[in-house]
Design a binder for this molecule. Structure first.
Ligand code: SF4
Ligand code: SF4
Length: 176
């Protein structure tokens, strides 16, 4: 199998916040230049958080057709170094395709179930609008405001919506 590469894609350079550059979610990085996938104008000196980043598609956990440049959203792995007891994936859409994730819910649900990790789905500015639980249930913010904190940092997911106990699940201990 051919290893996946970023060739033709640079969506994370817009969707993700980069603290070292004070770049918020959804803002195109000012260092983007050239062809997508070879487009970082400061590649050799890019921040560590850029150099260490690999989206869930690049890690091989989503189908080939869901390359971010094609499908219109980036699924992020759990934050490195997070002390949160339960690990989460997060999905950030391209501002031009903010609802691109809707038709891909079955594939997203498969990875959420397999990893036993909820997927927090954001709008292009990084505000959570929905959470997909490992059980396959989709909780929309407008229908379940009690699950969404006002500071938009975390989203609550009922423990019954996990397919295994997330606090004893080895997957949560071995993944970043
Ligand atoms: S979104 Fe994924 S595939 Fe695209 S450039 Fe970023 S890490 Fe590479
Ligand atoms: S510094 Fe380079 S790798 Fe980091 S977000 Fe900007 S363009 Fe992308």
């Amino acid at each position: 199998m051919t290893a996946r590469t970023c060739a033709g894609c640079d969506l994370c350079c817009t969707t993700l916040a980069v603290d070292a550059l004070a770049k918020p979610c959804g803002a195109r990085c000012p260092h983007l230049a050239g062809d997508p996938g070879h487009s970082c104008g400061i590649y050799a000196e890019r921040p560590d958080e850029c150099a260490r980043y690999a989206c869930v598609w690049l890690e091989g956990l989503l189908p080939e057709r869901l390359k971010p440049s094609r499908c219109g959203f980036v699924v992020n792995p759990p934050k490195a170094g997070s002390k949160a007891p339960i690990r989460l994936l997060s999905l950030l859409p391209d501002a031009a395709r903010p609802r691109s994730w809707v038709k891909e819910l079955p594939a997203l649900s498969t990875v959420s179930r397999r990893l036993n990790m909820p997927i927090i789905i954001d709008d292009p500015s990084g505000v959570p609008v929905a959470v997909l639980a490992p059980s396959g249930r989709l909780f929309l913010r407008e229908e379940h405001p009690e699950l969404f904190r006002a500071d938009n940092i975390n989203v609550g997911v009922p423990i019954t919506e996990f397919v295994r106990n997330p606090l004893t699940d080895p997957l949560h201990r071995v993944r970043r």
